[in-house]
Design a protein around this ligand. Structure first.
Ligand SMILES: Cc1cc2nc3c(=O)[nH]c(=O)nc-3n(C[C@H](O)[C@H](O)[C@H](O)COP(=O)(O)OP(=O)(O)OC[C@H]3O[C@@H](n4cnc5c(N)ncnc54)[C@H](O)[C@@H]3O)c2cc1C
Ligand SMILES: Cc1cc2nc3c(=O)[nH]c(=O)nc-3n(C[C@H](O)[C@H](O)[C@H](O)COP(=O)(O)O)c2cc1C
Ligand code: SF4
Length: 668
């Protein structure tokens, strides 16, 4: 058997789970009235079929002020019948177990959603929402304890196999635990014992309400990663107390929403937070779940074998590929669609109030809506361009039974994704290409690289349909001197076709590509992680010297942009990490500056109406992209049946390329 530890059963209290893969709770933004609906149902049916052992659904609000209509509800009996039907269906589909997470957001609640002021341990404003909560009274605390217990009873009645209480991520129970949000002077504040009182009362009340045999998990922060708040040391004490209070398993995640330590993005090395679970496991005797960036089965297996955790949470990896467990079990790792940690269509969507999907999986969140039906009449399809748009179009059309040939001008498929993969922390992006190429080939697509499609080739092939997925190329810079010998294109630096010379480098254009390229250049000459670890372990240099050598490269890099905000085309949950990295690596950021020319001295700019010079030995242009759509225009004029997808339509992101490629594949 592949991954024998991962696929061995485990007991959580009275519950036996068939394997060690748990899908953790994820707010999906699929409801506006708190009710279970078709979208949720089909989303989870697919994950149940895909082979995960435990699906922790939710979050479910235990009370209105702590939830709002975009969360599923368990605060009233009216929600039970739909959930009962949902659980019946899940149990009929597979032998996966299903749990629900009980949730109260405390001071993270948004008053415009709940219609009332948020509540917390103390009236300390939230940086996340900008709102100031009202401190709960003792009577209200007691009432909330009862609400958690009532919600748990409803969960049991609805046929869930287990409940999980959320006590992390900076939500209500963590707000009571932490000294930075709890400055109460009554029995719920002050010492750690007092700060733990409310969460422990919740857990005790839930246990009493559901009975001793109903499985109960608690999700905790292994470290709040907030200055002056709990570290793994305090978390261990809390978990010991939870165990004594009758909890059956501890699900360990990382820090709060407000933390400045990245928790989810591709900047987090896979498995980086396993040590938090290990710390808890050393303190308790009940099963411990590890979480965050653990979607690669060999890493999950290693984590279990090394005794760092008993179960592995895979959240986004199962959004990207619901069948990951099944594929791992069969040893088909190369068929897995790998989550990139980009957050673009999942976590970012939560903050934008939009339904969760996936950059790579166009079916995610639309499982009940879209059917991949066989084509009534197989056609000959020619796809031009093997970036994500072309690969997805070819793959989808082939899966429907069409005869597809995909031509790529470059010597290997991938398009701009390979440039993205050359920027810091994004090497894994290349795996998107590998996965798509493999899937396309096994669906029967013929891929020919090193061939540029033109109208002659289309005439010769004479397909029924052409999909033009020819992507984008760098846009010309709108100022004199763009052809100066010291100028390079960011795309050429990233592809290795060009390199930087001299110490002073100015990157013109502060969108994501410009900033990522600036960061890559700023990292030149810094210590690589292996050398850093070697020097650290041998105490060859002191910590400050090591930090300096790890963050100060051989270049002095400046990035300059017309807009007041750099990387403004990035979403909220990844942008701050990139900006933080630029600062860490000493990149100078110049905003509100119009570039007027590149000269022998460097880059001439105008800022606040004043001319300035940014001296440079190399100037790197990242001034945007423009679509490559000449082929489309030509073929359309010739009366061909032609579809245009991805950046060739308009330069955007991978998600649009994948969605449009998928839609084209369905349309043919
Ligand atoms: C540095 C960088 C970082 C990025 N990071 C991200 C990110 O983090 N997240 C994100 O969502 N997006 C990112 N993007 C954007 C993303 O990569 C593109 O939006 C996406 O690749 C567009 O896909 P596509 O298939 O439409 O086009 P492309 O990826 O451009 O692929 C088009 C392909 O067509 C080929 N081609 C062109 N003409 C012909 C022809 N006539 N015949 C045959 N082949 C042809 C090209 O060689 C190319 O391989 C990044 C882009 C860059 C440059
Ligand atoms: C869209 C989204 C919503 C989430 N909502 C919750 C939540 O409501 N409760 C919770 O405990 N964790 C939530 N999380 C965190 C996940 O459960 C998980 O810990 C995180 O995604 C890291 O695991 P992964 O790398 O396997 O995705 C959410 C994550 C995402 C991406
Ligand atoms: S959108 Fe990105 S982070 Fe989210 S599941 Fe898909 S690949 Fe993973």
């Amino acid at each position: 058997m592949h991954f024998p530890m991962l696929f061995s059963p485990i007991r959580i209290g009275s519950l036996t789970v068939k394997n060690r893969i748990a899908m953790p709770s994820m707010g999906l933004m699929y409801t506006h009235d708190g009710r279970m609906n078709e979208r949720f149902r089909h989303f989870y049916f697919e994950r149940a079929r895909g082979g995960a052992g435990l699906l922790i659904t939710g979050p479910y609000a235990v009370d209105k002020a702590g939830g709002g209509p975009v969360l599923l509800g368990l605060d009233e009996d009216k929600f039970v019948p739909d959930l009962k039907e949902f659980n019946r269906e899940i149990h009929a589909i597979s032998d996966a177990k299903i749990a629900c997470q009980l949730f109260h957001s405390g001071r993270y609640s948004l008053s415009f959603m709940t219609g009332e002021q948020c509540v917390s341990a103390s009236a300390i404003p939230s940086k996340l929402t900008g709102e100031t909560p009202r401190a709960l009274t003792i009577e209200e605390i007691e009432e909330l304890v009862g609400k958690f217990a009532s919600a748990a009873v409803r969960a049991r009645e609805a046929g869930f196999d287990a409940v999980e209480v959320l006590a992390c991520t900076g939500y209500l129970l963590s707000q009571f635990l932490s000294p930075i949000t709890n400055i109460r002077t009554d029995r719920y504040g002050g010492s750690l014992e007092n700060r733990m009182r409310f969460p422990l009362e919740v857990v005790t009340a839930v246990r009493r309400a559901v009975g001793k045999d109903f499985p109960l998990l608690v999700r905790v922060a292994g470290n709040d990663f907030m200055p002056e708040s709990h570290t793994n040391r305090e978390a261990r004490l809390f978990c010991k107390a939870l165990e004594q209070a009758g909890v059956d398993a501890i699900n360990v995640t990382g820090g709060w929403h407000e933390t400045r330590v990245p928790q989810l993005t591709y900047a987090v090395p896979p498995g980086a937070f396993v040590y938090l679970a290990r710390g808890i496991k050393e303190a308790v005797g009940i099963p411990v779940l590890a979480s965050n960036r653990l979607g690669w089965p060999p890493l999950a297996e290693k984590t279990l074998r090394e005794g760092c955790a008993d179960m592995i949470c895979m959240g986004r990896p199962l959004i990207a590929d619901p069948y990951l467990p099944q594929k791992a079990l069969e040893g088909r790792l190369e068929d897995i669609v790998p989550c990139m940690g980009c957050n673009e269509v999942c976590f970012d969507h939560v903050f934008m109030g939009q339904p969760v999907g996936c950059m790579l999986n166009p079916m995610a969140g639309r499982e009940g809506e879209i059917k991949l039906l066989a084509a009534a009449k197989p056609k000959k399809v020619l796809v031009a361009g093997a970036g994500p748009a072309g690969l997805m179009a070819a793959l989808t059309a082939a899966r429907r039974g069409h005869h597809v040939v995909l031509f790529e001008a470059a010597h290997s498929p991938g398009g701009q994704v390979l440039l993205g993969a050359a920027t810091p922390d994004k090497a894994d992006f290349a795996r998107i290409v590998d996965a798509l190429v493999r899937q396309a080939r096994s669906a029967g697509v013929t891929i020919r690289t090193g061939v540029t499609v033109d109208s002659d080739l289309v005439e010769a092939e004479n397909p029924d349909v052409v999909v033009v997925a020819t992507g984008a190329k760098p846009a010309p810079a709108p100022f004199p001197g763009a052809d100066h010998p010291k100028v390079r294109l960011a795309w050429d630096i990233l592809s290795g076709r060009a390199f930087v010379e001299g110490k002073r480098v100015v990157v013109v254009g502060g969108s994501a590509t410009g900033c990522e390229t600036a960061l890559k250049i700023a990292q030149e000459g810094t210590l690589d992680p292996e050398t850093l670890a070697f020097l650290f372990l041998h105490q060859a240099e002191d910590v400050e010297t090591l930090r300096d050598m790890a963050t100060r490269g051989t270049r002095e890099v400046t990035v300059v942009d017309l807009l007041p905000r750099l990387a403004s085309n990035m979403a909220r949950t990844t942008r701050w990490v990139l900006l933080k990295d630029l600062k860490t690596y000493h990149v100078r950021m110049v905003t509100d500056a119009k570039v007027t020319a590149v000269t022998d001295r460097g880059v001439e700019i105008e800022r606040n109406g004043q001319p300035e010079i940014l001296e440079a030995d190399t100037v790197v242009l990242a001034t945007g992209a423009r679509p490559c759509n000449d082929l489309y225009d030509t073929l359309q004029a010739a009366g061909r049946n032609v579809l245009l997808v991805g950046d060739a339509k308009q330069p955007r992101r991978i998600v649009e390329a994948i969605q449009e490629g998928f839609a084209a594949g369905l349309e043919i």
